[in-house]
Design a protein around this ligand. Sequence first.
Ligand code: AMP
Length: 194
Amino acid sequence: MLNIIMFGAPGSGKGTQSSLIAEKYQLVHLSTGDMLREEFARGTEIGKIADALISKGNLAPDYVILEMIEREIERHKENCNGFIFDGFPRNVIQAQSLDDLLAKDSKKLHLLIDLRVEEYLLIERLLKRGLTSGRADDQLEVIKKRLDIYHQVTAPVLDFYKQSGRYAAVENCTTIDEYFEEIVRLIKISVSSI
Ligand code: AMP
């Protein structure tokens, strides 16, 4: 089993790269942002609570996120090659909880891949996406708030993985293909069983 976190600031390409890596290694792709948007589209209570927070650039509550992640791990764990976590964990409590959840089944998180992209490019990409995504959080003021939260609350998660030797960074790539090839290379180096 191969369990990977695709990490990075909003607009860093986590979703795109997670889909490509999930396809290559036949992993279950778990995007907490997509799950929350689906809850909202279905009109659930969780979806409504989350949407009010998301549209202002705030994080959804940990209990909501952890419940969804636990449910999906339970659903797939017996018949999959592993998971790729996209947009999760977003704080240290979530990171610790993920380790605990996987350890319950004698499984572990192998590697976090940090997609490093310069801030001006992140803003440029998100504004461009906002033209077609219809996402309320792809507007300039909300983008700035999301980046603030990323630096203050989410980026500290990196130390948690660096300390346990499960960290790899990708930077100075330009195209989607270049990022993908570099990620595959890092996975091969870091996970000897692949
Ligand atoms: P994303 O699609 O990953 O950009 O997520 C969109 C929004 O959903 C984020 O800005 C947060 O408001 C919320 N969200 C997604 N994942 C999480 C998470 N792991 N913890 C808290 N909030 C999250």
